[in-house]
Design a protein around this ligand. Sequence first.
Ligand SMILES: *Cc1c(COP(=O)(O)O)cnc(C)c1O
Length: 378
Amino acid sequence: MTSRTIRFIDLPAQQERIKDKIDAAMQRVLAHGAYILGPEVAELEAKLAAFCGAKHAIGCSNGTDAITLCLLAKGLKPGQAVFCPSFTFAATAEVVALLGGVPYFVDILEDTFNLDPASLKVAIAQAKRDGLPLAGVIAVDLFGQPADYEAIEPIAAAEGMWLLCDAAQGFGATYHDRTVGGIGEMTTTSFFPAKPLGAYGDGGAIFVEDDEMAAVLRSLLVHGQGADKYDNVRIGMTGRLDTLQAAILIEKLAIFADEIVARNRVAAAYDDGLSDVAIVPSVLGGCVSTWAQYTLRAPGRDRGAVLARLKDKGVPTAVYYPKPLHQQTAYRHFPVAGNGLPVSDRVAQDVFSLPMHAYLQPDDQGFIIEQVREALAA
Ligand SMILES: *Cc1c(COP(=O)(O)O)cnc(C)c1O
């Protein structure tokens, strides 16, 4: 057998495609020397806003700070409840707790891994009964698929709560006729290198419709500066996006739509090759995922053994996420909807993710599918 190297995410193949453009873009930044808030930041922001149809796109330091900045702009106060899924990356809930808020964990839908509107209603009723002040909802576009915003938006609105879309994994996905970033009053994303649209370091962005909120966010990401930069008008942070990362992202954004198409081709081939041996991910009708992860479920199998076997054959895998947040040490004491989150607990036991990127070659993918089938049959 010929040896092959299969990467979980193939950043070198992407770099090969646009290396000259990235090299030139980086050299331009070195030449003009405006490392902080240089012209590439505004250029990227305009291009991001156009890509998703948002009124304002604001570059920032990473996807976690993007959420923090939104919570600061919304004036989250200690003790206020913010509802969010438990089956997500820690950052979603972390920043709520960091600001003294109460992350209130909600269960997910078994087929999409996204926030369950019925569980959200249960959590809201409980919080009201317990006298917790309500602040907002953070929905997550897990694995690149938009949450069911048409179901979630009215639930948040009925309680006078804001809705934040944590699209760290879902920027560029589509939900009916809307593109993630242009859905809802505020959306955050991450340009962590492994995300569908990744920089060569940390980065993030916030998308908002409201002019006043955009102005507050721009102040917050530079220490709360006012019109006079030595008269700070609010408590803020160092939340800017680096010029160098913006320059790299401009080149990556130019091929992003094409990459989303390629990622969907890869997902469809996995579906075809694996739907009879595992539970393949399902995407809501009228939606297009960015496939931040292609996540299978194999209930009742020894996941550790399956993944060890795949590793032996040279097929990298990952488990997102082995433990929902409400089971983790730092988050265990926060409230959950109902008597627990059975779906989050269940899927955490049997999910695993396969190599997913726009440059996965059909022969390598065929090999992966064959190995997954063998590992599941063993
Ligand atoms: C990656 C991620 C974040 C955090 O993004 P960073 O840029 O790493 O800070 C937040 N939420 C979700 C759902 C993520 O996947």
